[in-house]
Design a protein around this ligand. Structure first.
Ligand SMILES: Nc1ncnc2c1ncn2[C@@H]1O[C@H](COP(=O)(O)OP(=O)(O)OP(=O)(O)O)[C@@H](O)[C@H]1O
Length: 362
């Protein structure tokens, strides 16, 4: 029996330069079939360039792009069987929801569908899939931002691509809608079984949505793993930094300690990773706030700091402290676990964590 290909897309050594800048610098990656993949990276890291190379709007200078077992570097975009959902949706403002969705099917270069009955049936199925039933005849100017997002997605999915690229698809939506569309997008993808590659600059979006998360840094893949691994075991200081949930210190190792700008942090059986830079990371939600003079246990590390402010975000409180040189240290207390003490502004506190909860890079 023929085995299904386990990966829909493979890139090897893909490099793309603009002048002297390598926007992509030897990218190797493999996207599994039937999965949601998030691509996370700071501004300028090469996310859009990578999507454009995969879609065929740019050609790589070096390297191979293999899609469903075939090399496609020189295949033009419209012959690639890869869908693209743009951040601004790019809908036809004068057409209805149905007509926008039908357009792609009737006008695709390969295999256009000309039988109106077939078009109508496919569009109807797609409208049901993305949850737009009842809005078929509305103009796209008369629907909400989230509904427009679904039209854009339906218009791409109706052409039955084997891979869908989404460039910051939730970027144009307000915060509430963005949160709702996260689970919607995941559900729609599960129903149609197509791999989605979703570009985002938001670490929470990337971790919440991706079965697999790719982290891009200066044109290279800094880490590719499931969300849990990326979150709990970022493999470099740079990746830990992008996640926005670790306090980071640079310094050096000396015997059984990490020596940083705030003295020695004793080491224990924490995880250690190879990195060009030597550093120490402790997650915001692994830190307890105690009175400044509270004793610490043998397996703990303590750092004194001045309380600045709190920020409530539903299920958690984020507390901000100022270290002796003015740098900010953040603590996240999940309210389901325990209520942090009410801290007084400008007062000193002990910030305490377990040695084994730190990550060390060297
Ligand atoms: N057409 C171009 N000509 C010259 N330089 C470019 C071009 N397109 C992108 N770059 C540069 O390549 C690098 C990667 O850009 P890219 O748009 O891929 O990053 P990004 O991660 O998508 O950023 P953002 O999140 O800000 O959209 C950046 O330094 C950018 O300035």
């Amino acid at each position: 029996m023929e085995r299904l290909l386990s990966s829909v897309l493979k890139l090897a050594g893909v490099t793309k330069a603009y002048g002297t800048l390598n926007a992509l610098d030897g990218i190797d990656l493999s996207l599994p079939n039937d999965s949601y993949v998030s691509l996370l990276g700071p501004s300028g890291s090469g996310k859009t360039t990578l999507l454009r190379v995969i879609a065929g709007f740019e050609q790589p200078d070096l390297g191979t792009v293999v899609f469903k077992g075939q090399r496609i570097e020189t295949v033009p975009p419209h012959r690639r069987d890869i869908g693209f959902v743009f951040q601004n949706f790019a809908l036809f403002p004068h057409l209805s929801v149905s007509r926008n969705i039908a357009f792609g099917l009737e006008n695709r270069v390969e295999n256009p569908v000309t039988d109106p009955a077939i078009v109508q049936a496919r569009v109807k199925d797609m409208i049901a899939l993305v949850g737009l039933s009842g809005l078929e005849d509305r103009g796209v100017a008369q629907i909400s931002g989230g509904q427009r997002q679904r039209v854009a997605l339906a218009r791409t999915l109706v052409t039955e691509p084997s891979l869908v690229l989404l460039d910051e698809p939730l970027g144009a939506l307000d915060a509430n809608l963005r949160a709702r569309m996260r689970s919607e997008l995941r559900l729609i993808r599960e129903r149609c079984g197509v791999t989605f590659l979703h570009v985002t600059g938001s670490e929470s979006e990337a971790l919440a949505m991706g079965d697999m998360v790719l982290v891009l840094d200066s044109g290279r893949i800094a880490q590719a793993a499931d969300a849990d691994t990326i979150y709990n075991r970022p493999k470099s200081l740079a990746v830990a930094g992008f996640l926005n949930c670790y306090n980071l210190f640079e310094g050096r190792l000396a015997g059984e300690s990490f020596l940083g700008p705030y003295g020695a942090f004793p080491l224990g059986d924490q995880m250690q990773f190879r990195d060009d830079r030597t550093g120490y990371a402790i997650r915001y939600d692994r830190v307890a706030i105690r009175p400044a003079e509270a004793p610490v246990a043998d397996d703990e590390v303590k750092l004194e700091a001045t309380f600045v402010a709190d920020e409530y975000s539903g299920a958690a409180i984020n507390s901000f402290f100022s270290l002796d040189d003015g740098r900010v240290f953040e603590v996240e207390s999940h309210l389901s676990q325990s209520m942090p003490p009410a801290c007084a502004p400008q007062s000193r506190y002990a910030l305490v964590w377990k040695r084994r909860d730190a990550l060390v890079y060297a």
